[in-house]
Design a protein around this ligand. Structure first.
Ligand SMILES: *Cc1c(COP(=O)(O)O)cnc(C)c1O
Length: 399
C-alpha cells in the first residue's frame, strides 16, 4: 500500500508537469463510424481531415460485407498464434495478395505494423551487421532497431550525403541494411528511394522501406514508393499496415524476399508470441487488395483531390510544405497558433490537428491535413474556405 502511494505521488507529479507544459493529449470522442463526415460526442458534425483513411475505405459497405462473410464462414477469433493452430486458408490468401500487390516474393502478417517493425531486425541481423536508419523514421522502427544487436548508424532525414557518409562508415560490418519510411508523416515528403537504392548498391547494402503512409497512396496505381521509383521487386524488405489506406482496421505485414519472410516465420517474436489476425479483418483485407488491384478509381480520385487541395491552399497564400503524398502540412511555426487555429477550424466544422514540439522540431508547428479519396470537391472547398477565413483572422496568409 505504502509502496504504491509513493509511486502514485510520482505519477501525479509527472502528469501535472505534462499538463503544465501543454503536452497533455486529450481524446476527442467520435460517436459515428470513421468517415469523411463524423459525429462528435459534443453533438457536432464535422468534416474529418485528420484520419489515415486515404482511400475512404474505413466505412466501406463492401469491406463490411467481406468482413461479415469471413466471420460467418471462419468465426470470430483464432485463439492461437499462427504456428500452433492459428493459420486459416484466409491468412495464406491475404499473404499471397499482399505479395502480389507489391510485386514481392512472399508476405507475413502481424497484429500491427508496429509489430512488423518491432520483429524484423532482431531475427535477421546481429552484432556483426549494421542498420543505417533515417532520423525521422517511425517510432516502431526505432524500437525495432533497439531490440537488435546490429551496430546503429543514423542519417539526417532524406539527406543522401549523410547516408553516403554513414554507408562508408559501416563498411567494416558484415551485412548492411538501410531503413526508411516511404512517406514521412509530418511533412508528407517521399524518401528519395531511387538515390537510396543506388547508394545501397554502391556500398553493398540492402534496403527496407516502411510503406505505411505510401502504400495505397503513392505511385500511379497506389502500389507505394517502390512503384513511384520503378523499384518494384528490387527492395529486399517492405513493411506496411492495414490500419491506414487499406480499410483502417488493424494489422500489419512484412513483404519481400522469400528467405527473409521464411526466417521471420521462424524467429520473429511478435509473430511467434502474439495472436493471429481475426478472420473478419483478414477477409476484408483480401477483398481490399483484390479490389485495388483491379480498379484504380480510388487511387485516381485521391491523387486528383490531393493535387486540387494543395494547389488551392498554396494559391490562397498558405505556407504549405512540398508534399508527394496525401499529407498537406500547413506551416504556422508557433505552437500556440497551431492549437488556436485547429480549435477555430473545429468551430467551422473542420476537424484537423495542430502538431508542435516534440512531435515536430521546435519552431516548426503546423496543421496537418490528410486528404481522402472519399472527400468530395465541395467538402474540399468548404475546408479551404474555412482555412482562408480563420487564417485571415489569425494573419497567417502570405497574400
Ligand atoms: C502508422 C505507422 C506504423 C504503425 O502501424 P500500425 O499498423 O498502426 O501499428 C508504422 N510505421 C509507420 C511509418 C506508420 O506511419
Amino acid at each position: 500500500m505504502q509502496t504504491y502511494k509513493k509511486f502514485q505521488e510520482h505519477l501525479t507529479r509527472e502528469l501535472a508537469s505534462i499538463q503544465s507544459a501543454g503536452l497533455y493529449k486529450r481524446e476527442r470522442i467520435i460517436t459515428s463510424p470513421q468517415a469523411v463526415t463524423i459525429a462528435l460526442q459534443s453533438g457536432q458534425q464535422v468534416l474529418n481531415f485528420c484520419a489515415n483513411n486515404y482511400l475512404g475505405l474505413s466505412d466501406s459497405r463492401e469491406l463490411i460485407a467481406a468482413a461479415r462473410k469471413a466471420m460467418e464462414s471462419r468465426g470470430y477469433g483464432m485463439s492461437s498464434v499462427r504456428f500452433i493452430c492459428g493459420t486459416q486458408d484466409l491468412h495464406k490468401e491475404l499473404e499471397a495478395v499482399v505479395a502480389q500487390f507489391f510485386g514481392t516474393e512472399d508476405a507475413i502478417l502481424y497484429a500491427a505494423c508496429f509489430d512488423a517493425n518491432g520483429g524484423v531486425f532482431e531475427p535477421l541481423l546481429d552484432e556483426q551487421d549494421a542498420i543505417i536508419s533515417d532520423a525521422l523514421n517511425h517510432a516502431s522502427i526505432i524500437d525495432g532497431v533497439r531490440l537488435c544487436k546490429a551496430v546503429r548508424y543514423r542519417y539526417a532525414n532524406a539527406d543522401m550525403q549523410d547516408l553516403e557518409a554513414q554507408l562508408r562508415a559501416a563498411q567494416a560490418q558484415r551485412f548492411r541494411l538501410v531503413v526508411t519510411d516511404g512517406v514521412f508523416s509530418m511533412d508528407g515528403n517521399l524518401a528519395p528511394l531511387d538515390k537510396i537504392h543506388a547508394l545501397a548498391e554502391k556500398y553493398g547494402a540492402m534496403v527496407m522501406v516502411d510503406e505505411s503512409h505510401s502504400a495505397g497512396v503513392v505511385g500511379k496505381t497506389g502500389r507505394g514508393a517502390t512503384e513511384e521509383f520503378n523499384l518494384r521487386g528490387k527492395i529486399e524488405i517492405l513493411t506496411g499496415t492495414l490500419g491506414k489506406a487499406f480499410g483502417g482496421a488493424i494489422g500489419g505485414f512484412t513483404t519481400g524476399k522469400k528467405e527473409i519472410i521464411a526466417m521471420l516465420r521462424q524467429r520473429s517474436r511478435p509473430y511467434l508470441f502474439s495472436n493471429s489476425l481475426p478472420p473478419a479483418v483478414v477477409g476484408a483485407g483480401i477483398y481490399t487488395f483484390r479490389y485495388l488491384s483491379t480498379s484504380n478509381v480510388l487511387q485516381d480520385k485521391l491523387h486528383e483531390n490531393t493535387r486540387y487541395f494543395i494547389g488551392q491552399m498554396q494559391q490562397a497564400g498558405f505556407d504549405v510544405k512540398p508534399s508527394q503524398s496525401a499529407i498537406c502540412a500547413v506551416m504556422l511555426y508557433d505552437a500556440k497558433l497551431s492549437q488556436d487555429m485547429a480549435s477555430r477550424l473545429l468551430d467551422e466544422g473542420i476537424y484537423v490537428t495542430g502538431f508542435y514540439y516534440p512531435v515536430v522540431p521546435k519552431g516548426q508547428a503546423r496543421i496537418r491535413i490528410q486528404i481522402s479519396a472519399a472527400h468530395e470537391r465541395e467538402q474540399l472547398d468548404k475546408c479551404i474556405r474555412a482555412f482562408v477565413k480563420v487564417g485571415g483572422e489569425l494573419g497567417v496568409l502570405k497574400n
